[in-house]
Design a binder for this molecule. Structure first.
Ligand code: ATP
Ligand code: MG
Length: 334
């Protein structure tokens, strides 16, 4: 396509909207990199099935996630926005990589172990779930990228993809170059906290599975409502009580969206500001930051996004086909 270095990343369409953790941890980097790199931005729909086989409209979700990508600032004329299942090479490479991916390593993946331990019967744990990291390795390696921009929670999975690539190269020759992780350096972006706390009272990552999110496409009123219920310093009952911004989800998010966050944190610490004031400031700053995306998103129809995805898949297929040719030759299938 171009002489530029390549970047690939993706998000699963397990629901129909992205949250500000996805935006700050990954999508923001994609948008910044799209001019400099040849970018592939994937909606990973097959990945949804690895742990969600209950009724879910994956096709609808995928379109909505792609709308969020474009509304947030990905420009389909610069980068390939595509759906995983439109590029069948992902399935072929998954199959071939499964011949070199070590079973022991896959069985030790924490997310797999957790789900296996939670399962009440053997039938609840699928072969597809165990193979999730192999599919992810295929998604990445198919594009032989220079780098993969993701949030910090993905670092271990990317390491596994690199190991699978090394095993392949050792057996069949150097097809896959090493890629780098592109993770925001600042922890407030690489791991955006959600609006609630875990059982021990600690902030935990914003995640659609916990529904502790601010969603890009929700209304300004919905955002205000969610922030009203957000976790703040539990010992700060009155405005004059000292706050602990490090452990307060509202203060953490203010750091991302309010340019004057440092002075707000100081006032919070000194008991010069109350939690309600912080919530008000966050609501205003966030709704202002998300407004242009929300407006753009309202103008994108299903037909518009299908056409973006079709064009994106055509570009992705071109690159994927070249890699598969090399893979088939290396494995002596051709
Ligand atoms: P799920 O609960 O289904 O795992 P999720 O909310 O964690 O969903 P993913 O689709 O797994 O979202 O992640 C998509 C991308 O967003 C990945 O690159 C991931 O690292 C990043 N990401 C997810 N949550 C956060 C977060 N709280 N902070 C920073 N980055 C995040
Ligand atoms: Mg996740």
């Amino acid at each position: 396509m171009t002489g530029k270095k390549r970047i690939l990343s993706g998000m699963r369409s397990t629901n129909d909207r992205l949250h500000i953790g996805n935006l700050e941890g990954a999508l923001r980097n994609w948008i910044e990199l799209q001019d400099e790199y040849e970018m592939y931005c994937m909606v990973a729909d097959w990945h949804v099935l690895t742990d969600h086989t209950e009724h879910m409209d994956i096709a609808h979700n995928s379109r909505e996630i792609a709308k969020d990508f474009v509304a947030a600032g990905l420009d389909p004329s610069k980068c390939a926005v595509f759906r995983q299942s439109d590029v069948k090479e992902h399935a072929e490479l998954h199959l071939l990589l499964s011949m070199v991916a070590g079973l022991g390593k896959l069985e030790r993946v924490p997310t797999y172990k957790e789900k296996r331990d939670e399962a009440r019967s053997e039938g609840q744990v699928s072969y597809g779930l165990l193979g999730y990291p192999v599919l992810q390795a295929a998604d990445i390696l198919l594009y032989k990228p220079y780098g993969v921009p993701v949030g910090k929670d993905q670092a271990a999975h990317l390491e596994l993809s690199r190991e699978i690539a090394r095993s392949f190269n050792a057996k069949f020759g150097d097809v896959f170059p090493e890629f780098v992780d592109i993770i925001p350096e600042d922890e407030s972006r690489s791991k955006v906290p959600g609006l609630d706390v875990d059982a021990e009272g600690r902030l935990r990552k914003m995640s659609k599975s916990y529904d502790n999110c601010i969603y890009l496409s929700e209304t300004a009123d919905e955002t205000a409502q969610r922030i009203k219920g957000a976790f703040t310093t539990p010992t700060k009952i009155r405005k004059t009580d000292p706050g602990i911004p490090e452990g307060c989800s509202v203060c953490q998010l203010l750091r991302l969206y309010a340019p004057e966050w440092e002075s707000l944190w100081e006032q919070d610490r000194r008991g010069e500001r109350g939690c309600m004031q912080n919530k008000q400031a966050l609501t205003e700053a966030l709704n202002e930051a998300l407004r242009p995306m929300r407006e753009r998103r309202a103008g994108i129809s299903d037909a518009d996004i299908e056409s973006v995805l079709e064009k994106g898949a055509a570009r992705a297929r071109e690159t994927a086909a070249q890699t598969m040719d090399q893979v088939r030759r290396a494995m002596r299938l051709l």
